[in-house]
Design a protein around this ligand. Structure first.
Ligand code: FE2
Ligand code: FE2
Length: 201
């Protein structure tokens, strides 16, 4: 996996357009921060709510991409450890779907429209859709995606502050769940790597 990431970085230096993994994360994080900074300047309520709705739509896209990625991983999981890992993928997929529903509901409460247009879904999302090959690779990709969600949701929580405590509380709950997901994945990864060291797969 490390080798794959390094290869992607080299591609970026060569200026290729193919989605380079590490650079993409930097770009996505930069964009998430940029939106928050723009919103923080605004003090008028209406402008504020527009920023909140845009951020929520990005979080909605992030959740949907996570549902799709976990579903893909659930169906593709194979090997001796597949069942336990697949169950975790399925559980996470269901929880991400729950987050998507909560966020969409909140967007409508704020007078906005949830953007469920498949076109542009991936560019609205903070995390990526990476299929991965093999259980360890899938878990690594999911862990990276969770860490991106954790970082961008934490930024949202800080941005919302006391200006929209209802949305902030919702995002805090979702953030706590993403931290649980990341911890689950880290534990799975450690267990699989240990087992791989003991016996060849
Ligand atoms: Fe989620
Ligand atoms: Fe998650």
């Amino acid at each position: 996996m490390e080798r794959k990431a390094q290869a992607s970085k080299t591609e970026t230096r060569d200026g290729q357009a193919a989605s380079p993994f590490l650079s993409d994360i930097k770009e996505l994080r930069r964009r998430a921060r940029e939106h928050i900074e723009q919103g923080a300047v605004t003090s008028a309520y209406r402008a504020d709510i527009e920023t909140v709705i845009r951020l929520l739509n990005e979080a909605l896209a992030t959740e949907i991409v996570c549902v799709l990625r976990y579903k893909r991983h659930y169906y593709m999981a194979s090997g001796i450890h597949a069942q336990a890992v697949a169950e975790e993928f399925q559980e996470h997929a269901a929880e991400e779907q729950g987050h998507a529903d909560q966020i969409a509901e909140r967007i409508t409460q704020l007078g906005g429209e949830p953007n469920l247009n498949p076109e542009g879904l991936l560019s609205r999302s903070h995390s990526e859709y990476v299929e991965g090959d093999g259980l360890i690779s899938m878990i690594q990709e999911d862990l990276v995606a969770e860490r991106i969600a954790i970082e961008s949701y934490a930024e949202m929580v800080r941005y919302l502050g006391e200006n929209d405590p209802t949305t902030r509380r919702m995002m805090e709950e979702i953030l706590a769940k993403e931290e649980e997901h990341a911890d689950d994945l880290r534990t799975l990864l450690e267990r699989l790597r240990q087992d791989e060291g003991v016996r060849p797969d």
